[in-house]
Write a protein that binds this ligand. Structure first.
Ligand SMILES: [Zn+2]
Length: 410
């Protein structure tokens, strides 16, 4: 007999951790921090939940942790993990956690990461776990299929089917029907409208970035889909995209994935050496990018030829020199509602127009229904949602709403 426990995120968005166990073999899937931790600024230890044999000060009793992707609400608690427990995930996720997370003060060097390829199967005790790549706003995200005896579970992690890797989620539809589908439902409390595809967004970006004023565009360097959209839009307009050394370094983490991922030494990319803490933390490595260095003067001499990826230092520098700027926010719009959002504050202070262009990392209602229809699970278990009670009606499929920390037999 096996057990399933959602330790966290049965009824909240983020902070995911679930456990599947049989006799002495225990597997964890994701080990995240709640989204509230971003504002609260407590140390990760504050967000430990009650569990035996997992944390640094406990005797390890868990065989492995499997991470779905490199978003803190899925990995943030790893700082508390006993280093004897191996952590399986994609190489892109490992690169981000080993090389990029330390720039933001998170050290995962004590973790024993083991890379998994897409569709790789691994046997641990009575379990067989298979990585299933999916489309999400984090690079190389996985869902997992878990087999024990004749039972099959599928944990979606976070996913969508409107990004540049939509074909991966569509391939997931062909996975054999699981007994239990542990399904994320982030977007279920939002509008039921279809979400814009990343390629449609790219078309709108071309229009927005073709403005006569110098565009400064804010987006996450780790959202590779968005980077590629902005880069391609810039290229089609015959403009040069100016990025900071941190963004160069993030792109380097993905070189192994494909030679078609833009890099700092590509045509149409120049580097502004913003003198901030992230640039400093790159140490001597940043000098690698020197051949592509650009000054604000060079940009301002020819503003029609450039697009600036937002960085606080260069934004302030340009704001001091000119008011012929156009600000574009290409990330979750919730950030703009925060009182201390510096991008919005600058738009107001300098009386600049602020354009928003974004599409979500999570599947819309249509996609989630399509997943359920195609996979035809015997039972759905909601996770990463505040709409668990609505699943039964929405998907017209048997749904088991769990409570954090309450085990069930599977
Ligand atoms: Zn995510």
């Amino acid at each position: 007999m096996s057990n399933l426990i959602i330790h966290r995120a049965a009824n909240e968005i983020g902070g995911n951790c679930l456990e599947i166990s049989s006799n002495k073999t225990r597997l964890l899937f994701d080990f995240g921090l709640p989204l509230t931790s971003i504002k609260e600024k407590n140390p990760p230890a504050f967000y430990r939940f009650a569990i035996e044999g997992v944390y640094k000060n406990q005797t390890p009793q868990v065989s492995a942790v499997f991470l779905t992707h490199a978003h803190p609400d899925h990995y943030g608690l790893l700082t508390e993990l006993n280093p004897e427990i191996p952590v399986y995930t994609s190489q892109a996720t490992i690169n981000l956690l080993i090389n990029i997370a330390p720039l933001f003060g998170n050290d995962f060097s004590h973790i024993n990461f083991i890379p998994l390829n897409s569709y790789q199967t691994i046997k641990i005790g009575p379990f067989t776990v298979k990585s299933l790549p999916v489309d999400h706003s984090a690079v190389q995200s996985f869902a997992y299929q878990i087999k024990i005896g004749k039972k099959r579970l599928l944990y979606t992690g976070d996913l969508r089917a409107h990004g540049k890797c939509a074909y991966l989620t569509k391939k997931l539809y062909k996975t054999p029907s699981p007994d239990y589908l542990i399904l994320e439902g982030t977007s279920l409390n939002r509008s039921s409208k279809r979400l814009e595809t990343e390629s449609d967004l790219q078309k709108r970006l071309v229009k927005a970035l073709s403005c006569r004023k110098l565009p400064i565009i804010y987006f996450s360097a780790q959202n590779l889909d968005r980077f590629v959209s902005v880069y391609k839009a810039a290229k089609s307009l015959n403009k040069t995209l100016v990025i900071d050394p941190y963004t160069c370094f993030v792109l380097e983490q993905f070189t192994y994935l494909s030679p078609s991922i833009p890099q700092w030494d590509w045509p149409n990319i120049r580097v502004y050496f913003a003198n901030n803490s992230l640039t400093k933390k790159l140490g001597k490595h940043k000098f690698l990018y020197k051949s592509k260095k650009i000054s604000p003067k060079e940009i301002l001499n020819n503003p029609n030829k450039f697009i600036i990826k937002d960085n606080f230092i260069i934004r302030r520098k340009l704001l001091c020199e000119t008011n012929k700027l156009c600000l574009i926010h290409s990330a979750w719009e919730g950030y703009l509602k925060e009182e201390d959002n510096a991008f919005k504050k600058d738009a107001e202070k300098f009386n600049l127009r602020l354009v928003t262009l974004h599409t979500s990392g999570h599947g819309d209602l249509y996609t989630l229904k399509k997943i359920v229809k195609n996979l035809a699970p015997r039972m759905i278990i909601p996770i990463h949602t505040i709409c668990a009670e609505k699943y039964q009606n929405i998907f017209n499929t048997n749904t088991l709403v769990l409570k954090d920390g309450k085990p069930i037999k599977i």
